[in-house]
Design a protein around this ligand. Sequence first.
Ligand SMILES: Cc1cc2nc3c(=O)[nH]c(=O)nc-3n(C[C@H](O)[C@H](O)[C@H](O)COP(=O)(O)OP(=O)(O)OC[C@H]3O[C@@H](n4cnc5c(N)ncnc54)[C@H](O)[C@@H]3O)c2cc1C
Length: 364
Amino acid sequence: MSQFRDEQSSALNASRSEQKIAILGGGYAGLAAAIELNRLGYGDNVTLFDARLRHQKITQWHKLARGRQAHHYEVAFSHLAERFNFRFVHKAIDMKRVIADPAYELGGHFGAIVLAQGSHTPAKPPGVITLDQLRDDAHSQQLVHNLTNKSIAVIGGGPTGVQFAFEFAARGNSVDLYEARDRLLPTFDASLGITALKAAFAAGIRVHLLTEFLRYDNGNILCSTGGKEETRQTQHVLFVPGVKSTPAFTCDVFGRLEYQQGGKFYAAGDNSYIPGRGLNSKSAQAAVRKGQHVARTVFADLTGKQAQEYTYPELGYFVSLGPQNAVGYLLSQKTAFSGPVALFMKEAIEKQYNLYLEGLPVYP
Ligand SMILES: Cc1cc2nc3c(=O)[nH]c(=O)nc-3n(C[C@H](O)[C@H](O)[C@H](O)COP(=O)(O)OP(=O)(O)OC[C@H]3O[C@@H](n4cnc5c(N)ncnc54)[C@H](O)[C@@H]3O)c2cc1C
């Protein structure tokens, strides 16, 4: 009889642990997954692991160069855990080890594991400030916060570099913006890059296209344009030529990984590719929607329901061009516009995300 009871209780424990969900990374994607699982009634089953103590609204990070403090754009995971009923564990997960032996790395068995560790700076040349440093290092944050009337080189003409360059220029800094490709905002329609280039000229930012950063040494930046090397003096270098996701995961249309040994894995955010019609850009918008989507797939798998395909279409994108201007588009990149309406849209998108973190259902 007692052996029967033991077997029954271990079967019950096993089925309980099958219902447990680990989310690795609490950025836009991981947090959206946790919020969605709570909405579906599974909040209590979720453990969210993050190497940081606070969720970072990284899309607002360029405002550090406006003189704002990072804590304005951070929310403690302990608060979010209370609001959305998940358990928070402060831990840097070894992503390769978690794939090989999830129970060991996570300290217990989980029936579903969502990989959502985002991206990181690909390299750290000596002497420069990187985005990863700006995320974690108070000294670098304070430095950027206080930069006025200095000379600054920004490496990378994508959204991050453009946004920082305009903020630096608005505070009286002398700014050089370097981009290896032939235009600013090179991953978007050319019209956005042209608008940004004209606005940069008006703001006094010197833009160097087709120019590759080589190194920064003794206050001198060495660059190459068409094989010709040039040196310029600059006091600070912000190195933001793009981000990398390693490891990155290709899922099925539902957000599941095909690799399923030792646990059921799912991926969402910058580090994931979900084939089909849905948006896969490295953007907060895609990260939130993929996080929600994967949460629904996990829920379907745990409850024996049919999962839905990921089909979220892009709604638009806005890049700020300093405190008074922005450029972007709604629905189609061919409809790009700038000025106060674009700025209003950029701020409205940030406010929408703030409301989401307050618990409002603003992303249906
Ligand atoms: C300056 C800047 C401006 C941007 N502006 C926009 C914008 O205007 N619009 C837009 O759509 N997108 C924008 N983006 C892109 C957008 O921020 C990213 O696409 C989005 O953050 C991706 O979300 P994520 O959840 O995949 O990763 P993240 O938001 O980076 O979150 C990853 C999380 O995982 C944690 N983590 C990482 N490694 C580990 C580990 N080993 N163990 C435990 N935890 C770990 C991190 O601490 C972090 O909390 C911008 C990015 C930057 C940098």
